[in-house]
Design a protein around this ligand. Structure first.
Ligand code: ADP
Length: 163
């Protein structure tokens, strides 16, 4: 049973995250999506909202009981091990992601040689999407409908009271 652990902030989940989850579900028997909780960072969407949005995304991808969403604090490798995941899944958008992820996966491998990192290259249609810019555009009243799923769009519109 191959289990992948896909960590991130998912604030909010975008079509880029969805693409990685869809493809990770083809690679792994089970996929755990972990929302990293930082005591000092205030997210735009509450923990419970992000859990609900990711569950909706996974449902609409037909993941069924092969996927779960959870909150975690602390080191990603520790969360992965606790879940019985052999691999951490990360999406790679560009050279910036690559440089950062190489450092992180290298240090994680040294700390935890039992956990592998698997990189999934972003798809051309969604590689430019970042959660940070989606938040900025939405908070300025812009249209983010081409960057997120209809279910996430609905929640963004509710939050910002835009139609
Ligand atoms: P962001 O960097 O957009 O704020 P996260 O911190 O939640 O998002 O990212 C979690 C993981 O998803 C990271 O591995 C990140 O590289 C990946 N990811 C984010 N956006 C995309 C995208 N558009 N395509 C592929 N992977 C992505």
């Amino acid at each position: 049973m191959r289990c992948g652990f896909y960590p991130g902030s998912f604030d909010p989940p975008t079509l880029g995250h969805r693409d990685i989850m869809c493809r990770a579900l083809k690679i792994f028997d089970r996929l755990a999506v972990g929302i990293g909780v930082h005591p000092t960072k205030a997210p735009m969407f509450a923990d419970s909202e992000r859990v609900a949005m990711l569950e909706e995304e996974l449902d609409s991808l037909g993941a069924g009981d092969r996927a779960e969403v959870l909150l975690f604090q602390g080191l990603t490798v520790n969360a992965a091990r606790k879940l019985g995941a052999q691999c951490i899944v990360r999406g790679l958008r560009d050279g910036g992601d690559f440089n950062y992820e190489m450092q992180m996966s290298g240090m994680n491998a040294q700390m935890s040689p039992d956990i592998e990192t698997v990189f999934v290259a972003a798809s051309p249609g969604t590689a430019h999407i970042t959660g940070t810019l989606v938040r900025q555009i939405a908070s300025l009243g812009g249209d983010v409908s081409s960057f997120v799923s209809p279910a996430v769009l609905y929640r963004i519109r509710q939050k910002f009271q835009v139609s």
